[in-house]
Design a protein around this ligand. Structure first.
Ligand SMILES: CC(C)(COP(=O)(O)OP(=O)(O)OC[C@H]1O[C@@H](n2cnc3c(N)ncnc32)[C@H](O)[C@@H]1OP(=O)(O)O)[C@@H](O)C(=O)NCCC(=O)NCCS
Length: 142
């Protein structure tokens, strides 16, 4: 596949949301159009799409967020038709390169227990499980 990786922009969002639905990424309030636009504005150069340049179609996507201390990876997705062909690794390498360029010292990701198999993917590209941590959250929206 001939592809480019470029920064995700607002006009990419409908294709990106289709891709996330296809690969069963759990979508929440934070994936509403306006919320995603806010994410893109807040994290210039860290939210990426992988585009098939022949079909002019988005086949990969990932959101990167920097909170001033840690970098966060959200919603990494590669189209089902090209999974297992290293495109996920390539897209992760690019987002990691961009975080490094910004001197970010550590990246974090949350993985749903229902998607536990994907841990093998992250292990293969060098990530470690932190079994000394539990994730908690507090919803600030009704
Ligand atoms: C996870 C995902 C992004 C990986 O992208 P990919 O292009 O298929 O992965 P790669 O081809 O780069 O895989 C690299 C290695 O990880 C392994 N791997 C990839 N996905 C895996 C999975 N779900 N479970 C176990 N191993 C996996 C591959 O077999 C490969 O192993 P190898 O180096 O021994 O050949 C992609 O499968 C996907 O979009 N999945 C659905 C959405 C999802 O779960 N996203 C993660 C949210 S946390």
């Amino acid at each position: 596949m001939e592809f480019v990786i470029h920064e995700m922009v607002e006009r990419d969002l409908s294709q990106v949301l289709d891709l996330w639905r296809l690969v069963k990424i759990e979508l929440t309030y934070s994936d509403k159009h306006e919320e995603l636009v806010r994410m893109l504005k807040h994290n210039p150069g860290l939210c990426l799409v992988m585009k098939d340049t022949v079909k002019n179609k988005i086949l990969g996507a990932v959101l990167g967020g920097y909170d001033g201390r840690r970098g966060w990876i959200h919603h990494l997705a590669i189209h089902s038709s090209i999974q297992g062909m290293k495109y996920g690794t390539i897209l992760m390498n690019e987002i990691i390169r961009r975080f490094k360029e910004r001197n970010v010292v550590k990246l974090k990701i949350e993985i749903l227990k229902s998607n536990i198999g994907v841990i093998d993917f992250y292990k293969k590209i060098g990530w470690n499980i932190r079994d000394d941590l539990s994730t908690m959250s507090l919803s600030l929206k009704e």
